[in-house]
Design a protein around this ligand. Sequence first.
Ligand code: KG4
Ligand code: ZN
Length: 324
Amino acid sequence: MILSIESSCDDSSIAITETTTKKILYHKKISQEAEHSCYGGVVPELASRLHAVALPKILEETKPWFDKLKAVAVTNQPGLGVTLLEGIAMAKTVAVLQNIPLIPVHHLKGHIYSLFIEKETRFPLLVLLISGGHTQVIRVKNFEHMEILATSMDDSVGESFDKCAKMMGLGYPGGPLIEALALKGDENRFNLPVPLRNSPLIAFSLSGLKNAVRLTVEKLGGAEKMTEQDKANLSASFQKAVKLHLLQKSKKIFAKEPIRDFAIVGGASANQYLRGAYENLCREFGKTMHVAPLQYCSDNAAMIGRYAIDAYERKQFIDPNKID
Ligand code: KG4
Ligand code: ZN
């Protein structure tokens, strides 16, 4: 069994995964969303302190499996330095005390492996990763070979949802709040710019759109003066512009890419409006679309554990003294 730990941002999560059956025997996540909500985003120092409280509590529940552990896996990059450290320190301690190997896990590869938690998805895959930190299209040949085909030049999808929600005084995380509000809005009410529409660049950029939302909020007299309907209309118009941007660039990649299986992963892949748009695009290009179960779209240790099974087979271990 493998113990996996995730603390790259604002979720403290631990899982126990069985290596032969690849089943999750235990999985728990304590989210800090409520604590960060009043700040409109994650406060790293606060997040780190909250991990220091939550992780040991969760770890205690995994005691029944401790004697059967054959490795411990931990997200070691990318993420917030001070929060990653909490998980890494715990993983190092477990590895040394139990005398078992330590597996470092790249967080984004973990998101890709969220597709494998409940079913045996197959490589090669074309993956759109949309999270709080990243917007990327990745060609995943197999465990070893992953190539980034397009990436964000500035704000990620999740981050732009969070920032726009903050501008409208909605709270954090902005993704689910904007998605829900958009259902009640008119997506054609505000004519927001679709980023890089006339550019041949195959890349993503959302800072200009975010600025257009800011200007619209100002024009409406600020978040306090906006009506619920204004907020719903602006949420819907923003979400539509994000969709058009993602689709326009993805179409160019789809046209060239022979891989038939396409997947969306990361926190923002929970968005049903974006999922629907990509289902249509996949139909148009004859691709099969895959998504992870909703509970594994945002950060969690189950995906880290699933990646770790494949890493264990390849003996991708790290000396506890060499990880920081
Ligand atoms: O993958 P994740 O949990 O953390 C990172 O690796 O960054 O993604 C979190 C991000 C947040 O920015 C959140 O607003 C966004 O995912 N998100 C959404 C939705 N649910 C979460 N964005 C758009 N629509 C959603 N339904
Ligand atoms: Zn993530």
